[in-house]
Design a protein around this ligand. Structure first.
Ligand code: P6P
Length: 343
């Protein structure tokens, strides 16, 4: 495979095809899925960019599965992805963080051998205040018999993912993805409408500078979690204090830590004993990416990608980022999380 540098002018389409050549038996279906996701990302970026202009701000009445009031852009982003992906003939089904049930491929379209899970617009509650938001996606092989997807196809552990990625709609629009051959970042050049390779072979620093956690829950954490946060802050004298950077938008916090080194933590707490973030739509895809960049992801006790999902919208505690900082979470939390999450 060509070893590109950040100064090479390489479109995402060309990069995907070059990566496909690493797999002699590749049919091109996964490449087509990634290409189509890039198109959907450009369409969503357009909507997000103009959110402040058109009267699509504010929250739609319709409630989503999480009981959160949906921002209209959530609904639009969800529909953009479904419409971009449902007729390509590569998917047998989809799961969206915004939809309670599986999304089936209409009978008029050919079905394929992959399943797509996605969070169409994570952090959307930040849209009205112009804070970066993101799309997260995960691709799995169909494992069930027959043409149609069944729940078992969606409830595979994270180590079965064949691809994962996210798009961050920030100062610039970036798409970061992996197919197991490293994590690579592409920046959208709006003047030509192309994602160009800007961050080949991303490597996350082994020890982080930044700690991303919402401290307002500290009274609801168990004691090992509080001890862990004292460690990260250097209050127990065993490490240099980390700088706290918390945007409240997972993709924004994760992306900064991926490039600069850091640890994002959303621990279990008494109001969210299973954690807040979704295993299949957020934790697993980001865990695949961070491990490909030399980092790690845990629920405090087990590797995120080893967790066996039991429901489509299941939540998990999440500690993700620089390797040494994640190892500290496992060391200090030990078995406490196992009790919390009923392991
Ligand atoms: P809190 C946004 O709603 C989100 O799902 C993630 O993007 C973000 O990391 C987290 O929730 C923020 O949660 O409880 O700190 O507001």
């Amino acid at each position: 495979m060509v070893k590109h540098t950040a100064t090479s002018v390489v479109t995402i389409e060309r990069f995907i095809i070059e990566q496909e050549r690493l797999y002699p038996h590749a049919t091109g279906d996964l490449s087509a899925i990634l290409y189509d996701l890039g198109v959907a990302a450009k369409m969503i970026a357009n909507k997000v960019r103009s959110a402040g202009l058109a009267d699509i701000l504010g929250s739609a009445e319709k409630e989503n599965i999480q009981g959160e009031v949906q921002q209209k852009l959530d609904i639009i982003a969800n529909e953009i992805i479904v419409k971009a992906m449902d007729h390509g003939g590569r998917l047998c089904g989809m799961g969206s963080e915004e939809e309670e049930d599986m999304i089936h491929i209409p009978d008029r379209f050919k079905r394929g051998k992959y399943v797509l899970l996605f969070d169409p617009l994570d952090g959307s509650s930040n849209i009205d205040v112009n804070v970066p938001v993101g799309t997260i996606f995960s691709v799995l092989h169909k494992v069930s018999e027959g043409e149609r997807a069944v729940l078992a196809d969606m409830l595979q552990p994270g180590y079965e993912q064949v691809a994962a990625g996210y798009v961050i709609y920030g100062a610039s629009t970036m798409l970061v993805y992996t197919t197991g051959q490293g994590a690579h970042g592409f920046t959208l050049d709006p003047s030509i409408g192309e994602f160009l390779l800007s961050h080949p072979h991303i490597r996350i620093p082994e020890t982080g500078r930044y700690l991303s956690v919402n401290d307002s829950y500290s009274q609801m954490w168990n004691e090992p979690t509080r001890a862990l946060m004292r460690y990260y802050r250097g209050l127990d004298g065993t490490r240099e204090a980390m700088s706290v950077r918390y945007v409240g938008s997972l993709v924004a916090d994760f992306h900064r830590n991926l490039l600069g080194g850091g640890l994002f933590a959303y621990p279990a707490n008494t109001s969210n004993p299973q954690g807040k973030l979704r295993l299949q739509y957020e934790a697993n895809p980001l865990a695949f990416i961070v491990e490909q960049a030399g980092g790690a992801a845990t629920d405090g006790h087990r590797r995120i990608v080893d967790l066996k999902p039991t429901s489509l919208h299941q939540r998990t505690p999440l500690f993700i980022g620089s390797l040494h900082d994640v190892e500290a979470a496992k060391r200090i939390l030990g078995d406490s999380v196992a009790e919390e999450v009923g392991a």
